[in-house]
Design a protein around this ligand. Structure first.
Ligand SMILES: Nc1ncnc2c1ncn2[C@@H]1O[C@H](COP(=O)(O)OP(=O)(O)OP(=O)(O)O)[C@@H](O)[C@H]1O
Ligand SMILES: [Mg+2]
Length: 150
């Protein structure tokens, strides 16, 4: 089975896709919440692919590694991250992203540092000269709830 990653492969989600692409085009971060397996990641990927230019870095939390600092961004970039607090890391991520987009998947399993850096990135998106965009995904109805700060 092919995992849908483009708008034409995504079935029956035209309205949701429009909401995602409208928000991203306006420079707003997107949070997709839903039951396990409902198609959150597929919607995120298709929404991101609909952007031009579609430069996408995707990484997500892992239940057994939720203690690991910045794991989603390490997975997304495949690069070591700089030492320093979340603002240093957020600056680095913004430089790496340029005009692209990070997908941070499975937020219910990400570490606190990732939450902080993602919020810093999300806060600076509107009006940012680099036009960094973020699309975040979480799951309800799973073993652990999303972090309180979301
Ligand atoms: N609208 C859709 N059209 C076609 N296939 C879909 C659609 N939505 C989901 N799928 C398929 O269903 C499966 C589950 O989708 P996906 O992984 O996006 O769900 P999820 O909500 O992110 O799941 P999880 O809660 O486990 O993270 C995938 O194999 C995907 O290919
Ligand atoms: Mg998913």
């Amino acid at each position: 089975m092919t995992t849908p990653t483009t708008t034409d492969q995504l079935i029956g989600r035209a309205r949701e896709l429009e909401r995602v692409t409208d928000a991203l085009a306006a420079g707003r971060p997107v949070l997709i919440i839903g039951e396990p397996g409902i198609g959150k990641t597929a919607l995120a990927r298709a929404g991101a692919q609909a952007l031009v230019p579609p430069r996408i870095w995707e990484g997500g939390g892992i239940a057994t590694l939720d203690w690991m600092s910045y794991l989603p961004f390490r997975r997304a970039l495949g690069l070591p991250l700089p030492d320093g607090d979340a603002s240093v890391v957020a600056d680095f991520l913004a430089d790496q992203a340029e005009d692209g987009l990070f997908i941070v998947d499975d937020l219910q399993w990400v570490d606190h540092d990732t939450v902080t850096a993602t919020l810093l990135l999300a806060e600076r998106a509107p009006g940012s000269p680099r036009h960094v965009l973020y699309l975040t995904v979480t799951t309800c109805g799973c073993a652990s709830p999303p972090p309180d700060s979301w």
